[in-house]
Ligand binder design. Structure first.
Ligand SMILES: [Zn+2]
Length: 282
């Protein structure tokens, strides 16, 4: 039974809200400069990610990369690391706090402490038209973690080896020549590319619904530092019904890497790690 409401319950519920972080002071990307730079892109590499598998890719600072829908609606789980230091990796939770539950053009993917710097800036998103739907759903979330065999075992009792967590682990192990258990420790919470998610109104439970992605849709990033990435084509396919099994229709995803003309990036510099001295009051 719920405890009794106080007499001033309504007043307590109607207090004004405050956005947690004053994002006006967040260093802004130069979107005008990036907009000009992305007008002159030359594709230098393409990586196809097979359904229910993952592939790693490398992007140099100052290059662009796109994640592209190919044959059908497919969700991707993205991990990013500093190419020279796997301990610096995408920080989904802080990215969510600094921007929102879902990210799009102009938002940045921030790295873990103690570096806390932008790894990448989103420079184009062909699904930006989707906005927030009537269920509160939106695309490209930084809420969910990644499907994994441990949660699957907890909930279903079985073992499934093509969850995004396992796919990303295999891709990183291969890219870095690491034993699988060592690679696994570097896999982290993802950007859920193309996934449509939200929280239910009544209970605030995490929900998913069919991704609106069409073949040819893409999300484009500018690499702020040298990156190692890994992308999993989730076994949930469009994530309309199920994941962590072979039940859903799944399609490949493509990662495209582009360079731009260096003079178009005049004035841009790769961001340094946070200057906080790490003394923590001692
Ligand atoms: Zn998945």
């Amino acid at each position: 039974m719920l405890p009794a409401e106080p007499a001033d319950a309504a007043a307590r519920r109607s207090r004004p809200l405050t956005i947690c972080y004053p994002v006006e002071s967040l260093p802004k990307p130069d979107m005008a400069m990036l907009g000009r730079a992305r007008q002159d892109l030359t594709k230098i590499e393409e990586v196809v990610v097979a359904p229910r598998d993952a592939e790693a890719f490398r992007v140099q600072a100052g290059q662009f990369f796109r994640i592209v829908g190919v044959d059908g609606p497919q969700v991707g789980d993205l991990n990013l690391w500093n190419a020279h230091d796997l301990s610096e990796r995408f920080f989904s939770g802080k990215t969510r706090q600094l921007h929102a539950t879902h990210v799009s053009t102009g938002d940045r993917l921030w790295s873990s402490l103690p570096a806390l710097r932008p790894l990448a800036t989103i420079t184009h998103d062909t699904l930006a038209w989707y906005g927030i739907d009537a269920d509160g759903g939106a695309v490209h979330d930084v809420i969910g973690t990644r499907c994994d065999p441990y949660t699957n075992r907890l909930l279903s009792g079985g073992d499934y080896h093509q969850c995004c967590h396992s796919n990303l682990t295999r891709a990183l192990a291969k890219a870095k020549g690491l034993p699988v258990t060592e690679a696994e420790r570097h896999v982290h919470d993802v950007l859920n590319v193309f996934m449509c998610t939200g929280f239910t109104r009544g209970t605030h439970q995490y929900f998913m619904k069919a991704s609106p992605v069409r073949p040819g849709d893409y999300i484009e990033f500018f690499a702020e530092i040298d990156l190692l990435g890994a992308l999993s084509a989730c076994p949930g396919g469009d994530c309309s019904a199920t994941h962590s099994s072979d039940a859903a229709a799944c399609y490949p995803l493509r990662v495209e890497i582009y360079r731009t003309e260096p003079e178009l990036l005049a004035g841009w510099a790769s961001p340094p790690a946070s200057a906080y001295p790490r003394t923590h009051g001692l």
